[in-house]
Write a protein that binds this ligand. Sequence first.
Ligand SMILES: Nc1ncnc2c1ncn2[C@@H]1O[C@H](COP(=O)(O)OP(=O)(O)O)[C@@H](O)[C@H]1O
Ligand SMILES: [Mg+2]
Length: 310
Amino acid sequence: MSIIIKGLVLQRVDGVCLLGPLDLSLAPGDRLGLVGESGSGKSLVVQALFGVLPPGVVQAGGSVTAFGTRMDVPSPGRDRIRGARLAWVPQDPGQALNPHLTLGEHLALLPGIHRNESREATLARLAPLLDRLRLPPAPAFLNRFPHQISGGQRQRISLAMSLSCEPELLVLDEPTTALDPTVQREFMDLVLELQRERGLGYLWITHDLGVVSAICDRLVVLYGGEVLESGPASRLLSAPRHPYTARLLEAARRRPAAEAGFLPAPQDRPEGCPFQPRCPGVQTTCAAWAPWQGSPEWGVRCERPLQTAQ
Ligand SMILES: Nc1ncnc2c1ncn2[C@@H]1O[C@H](COP(=O)(O)OP(=O)(O)O)[C@@H](O)[C@H]1O
Ligand SMILES: [Mg+2]
């Protein structure tokens, strides 16, 4: 396994638990999806993985390792992995681009740091990739600044930057939320092609179960900072066992109107299962945490799962 997250616990500085304990692993070639609605802790998982937790959030337990190097502990080895072997496509590409740098300068940043490659050499090497991303590799385009191109193009520049050092693993944090459906589809197809060609492994984060069947083999369902269910995507989508997974599926089919209730703030979460206040099958025993049933790769945490295990 190239990424191993073990027993990760994240807290707010006031001691309120935000995430975990979380176990998660990812290997090259893996197509793993992390799903859950807004506020579940998906982006915190990414930040922990890259060792860049925001102020106000501390790691209270567990470990995060990539390619055998701890990512939650500063080291030169960690700096060599970030952006090179393990790359990140952020949630908001506009935010990730610097208004003072041209697109060409953006693309040359990571290869300059990790490979000591000149801008000319990087742009020549990346020309076929830019072509496939339908970004003109010509100076007239590469000399532009981020605000001079469309949102979809900024997204693709951001993806090209993440791929610029030919990473083995990619983390995509809701990369298509800002895109219209056609561009979203193109973006997904391109990442899928690269995955097949290069054996790239990815962790794709989304709150939309409607798209995961096309892009993921394995799913982890996160709610209120807890993993409620995990397993093969085809199984979770056809026979969800946690009522929350079932609710997400309904919402994906019928659009957000089906989503009754909301995720409580971290300090207001109930003891036991975080989904209790919204669960149609809630019972008194849900106030105590049901033990995880199964392996970390395939299991559920529920007092009364919807279907029996295979
Ligand atoms: N810097 C922070 N300080 C305090 N709480 C935070 C901070 N960042 C995120 N949180 C809280 O952690 C929870 C998970 O956030 P996040 O990982 O961004 O969710 P998601 O990406 O699933 O929408 C939320 O309740 C959020 O309010
Ligand atoms: Mg997020």
